[in-house]
Design a protein around this ligand. Structure first.
Ligand SMILES: [Zn+2]
Length: 453
């Protein structure tokens, strides 16, 4: 293979000079390396990937930010080591994301910031050293670095530290652990575990959280698929969203009675969990908190069903086919909800029962449809003699209905007079025919045709 003479590839005078010096000093070593690809990755930064898988970044100033489009992205599987030379001031966002064969990275003392997702899913990266110069570390920088087992922050770093050889990055002032790995031992001075701090560390099998920790950030242990054991100390009051999402080896978890809320999808897809106990300190459970846990068959709540219904706000789709058990039983204080009869004007209800403590419906009240108006007259046709009378009785009225009016179509032939409720005296005045119309409040009508002889 031909020797690459870097000066022919890069216009930068400083670079050419340096390469020439290198050539003079170690021609033999350079002659074995062949360049695979090269280019720029910032205004004054060059990169070279050689055929042994070393990506070298040199020059001065800032590296560009990327989003799946780093210039070496198409060659990322060839990258085994990254050497960032002194002069580079930052590591761009997602710069080395998904370099799955990257095992080592050299970060010089000139770098002050590391962008978001810079080493996301570098699944072969085992160790990392953060120099003293780094004052800013972005979000999920080492997420899904599933082989990471050693993290060291240089002792002279004033913003971050790896106190007590903890194998983690701790923000010194806030005592927040921002990035961890397989061999992290959380020091008891840490007060909070940052969001995504251990996300995707599938090589992590167990970890002890000291009781100095009062909060665990969102998705802190998400996708830790090898995690079999973890404790939640009773200093924790809230388990955030997605904290244990897809921890598929986690066979049991104890929620201490200091916890008052469990976030959305906190234990979602924990497929080895078979049962879970919820203390009655918990007052809020987020959506899908225990969703899609393939082997979860029971959830036991420390209180009664009545307390659970009354005190716990439960998100949607919580349980799937899981059975819910109540340590203190399912007893409720039942009170009767009276039936309400339907009328021709309004629908009614059947009797029911509800719990006066938690409000749970024990026997639901059913709606009874509004009634259809009905009427029956004692006669619909009648022949009487002049000056004679008979009583017209109105019956079979539906509940709520009543007689509104009873009228003769011709008072000179037939007279009407109310004698009692629903009873009317009908008198023939003179020969002829007339119709008596009964109208109910509901609007229902009936008639009786009278012939006077
Ligand atoms: Zn109740």
């Amino acid at each position: 293979m031909a020797t690459v003479v870097a000066s022919s590839l890069f216009a930068g005078a400083a670079f050419a000079q340096e390469t020439n010096t290198a050539l003079e000093e170690g021609t033999e070593q350079l002659s074995t390396l062949s360049e695979v690809d090269s280019g720029t990755c910032g205004d004054n930064l060059k990169w070279v990937l050689d055929d042994e898988g070393t990506l070298t970044i040199s020059g001065s100033g800032a590296m560009d930010d990327y989003d799946g489009d780093a210039p070496w992205f198409s060659n990322r599987n060839q990258i085994k080591s990254v050497i960032i030379e002194s002069g580079v001031t930052n590591i761009g966002s997602a710069a080395f994301a998904q370099c799955s064969n990257l095992t080592s990275v050299t970060i010089p003392d000139s770098v002050t910031s590391i962008g978001n997702q810079a080493f996301y899913e570098c699944s072969s990266l085992t160790s990392v050293e953060i120099p003293g110069s780094v004052t800013s570390i972005g979000g999920y920088v080492f997420s899904s670095c599933s082989s990471l087992s050693s993290i060291q922050v240089a002792e002279d770093n004033e913003v971050y530290d790896s106190r007590d050889n903890c194998n983690a990055i701790i923000e010194t002032e806030s005592n927040v652990l921002v990035e961890g790995c397989k061999n992290t031992v959380i020091p008891d001075s840490v007060t909070s575990i940052g969001g995504l701090a251990f996300s995707g560390r599938s090589n992590l099998t167990s970890i002890e959280i000291p009781d100095s920790v009062t909060s665990i950030g969102g998705a802190a242990f998400s996708d830790c698929s090898g995690l079999t054991s973890i404790n939640i100390p009773n200093s924790i009051t809230s388990i955030g969203g997605y904290v244990f999402l897809r921890c598929s080896s986690l066979t049991s978890i104890e929620i201490p009675d200091s916890v008052t809320s469990i976030g959305d999808q906190a234990f979602c897809r924990c497929s080895s969990l078979t049962s879970i106990n919820i203390p009655n300190s918990v007052t809020s459970i987020g959506g899908d908190a225990f969703g899609a846990c393939a082997n979860l068959t029971s959830i036991t709540y420390a209180g009664s069903e009545c307390e659970f219904i009354k005190n716990v706000t439960v998100g949607l789709n919580l349980l799937g086919s899981v059975t819910f058990n109540y340590a203190k039983g399912s007893g409720h204080t039942a009170v009767t909800d009276k039936a309400l009869a339907a009328t021709v004007f309004k629908a009614g209800k059947t009797a029911g029962k509800h719990c006066s403590v938690c409000g749970k419906t024990i026997t639901a009240q059913k709606t009874v449809k509004k009634l259809t108006a009905t009427i029956k007259l004692s006669a619909t046709k009648k022949t009487i003699k002049k000056k004679k009378s008979f009583t017209l009785t109105i019956s079979k009225l539906a509940n709520g209905d009543s007689v509104k009016s009873v009228k003769s179509s011709n008072k000179k032939i037939v007279k009407v007079k109310k004698t009692k409720t629903n009873k009317y005296k009908i008198t023939g005045v003179k020969k002829g025919k007339a119709k008596v119309t009964v109208t109910l409040k509901s609007g229902k009508k009936a008639t009786c045709t009278i012939t006077v002889k």
